[in-house]
Design a protein around this ligand. Sequence first.
Ligand SMILES: C[S@@+](CC[C@H](N)C(=O)[O-])C[C@H]1O[C@@H](n2cnc3c(N)ncnc32)[C@H](O)[C@@H]1O
Length: 270
Amino acid sequence: MFTNSRNQKPGVTIQAIKQHRLYHHPLIRAGVSVASRIRNAARTAVRAITSKEFRSIIQLRVLNAQHVHQTTPLTSMNRYPVIFSACRDYLGDNGNLKILSYGCSTGEEVLTLRQYFPTAHIVGAEINKHSLAVCKKRSVDEKITFVHSSFGELQKHGKFDAIFCMAVLQRKPNLIEGKGITSLQKIYPFEKFEKQLIDLDKLLKPQGLLTVHYTQYSIMDTTIAPQYESLGDYNQDDYRSPVFDKNSLIIRNPVSRKSIFVKKPNEHST
Ligand SMILES: C[S@@+](CC[C@H](N)C(=O)[O-])C[C@H]1O[C@@H](n2cnc3c(N)ncnc32)[C@H](O)[C@@H]1O
């Protein structure tokens, strides 16, 4: 009846059972549900035993839930060439520039920034201890530093001329889309996003660049918005997941959201 060849994955079998007419029987449904949970728990246990990266993510979710945003360390070299080029064109490159890559994962973003800013000081900040350890093992020049992303630590290195916060200020975007979730209140409330931006703003020099890309909320909804104006038309239009308003509720027809912002000069600095 519910045949399973040796090569067939358990997930495929459960899927096949769900499509069978007997799946409507309450006992079968309950059995499938239990089997599914056992399978998920077993997978999690195996990953926790075999993968340092996975353990580190679990640790973050449990022990650092208050501070962590996106937990997935997905990254690659030169992920945002158009944005990086625009920021380089605006800032130029000189040995005094200070650049922060907030949420640098395993360091590829920092190595990429070095190509755009050959002489700048670059700080890569990460909350995930495993990713940070990978960063620290990299062979880099003396003007690149990798640090834990606590505010106190970053204050020692700032203030910065540019801050890149790319694909960090979001939570489980794929799952949220898949499950049709309409409120982020419990998963990733707007206030957490806003507090992070307030902290980043404190670390940025007047006339510096705040680049915030692939987010579930808009910087324009936060209290720092009046201090910023967008640079060019660089935007998040290719962000494929749902976006949310300042009440953490889904926006059905979102407007275009910009990615690069210039901090206005201090009133007293002119
Ligand atoms: C999807 S990766 C993005 C990496 C890189 N910025 C990029 O766009 O390729 C998100 C990273 O943000 C990090 N992260 C999440 N919350 C953070 C926090 N509070 N401080 C520093 N890093 C954080 C995660 O650990 C993860 O490495």
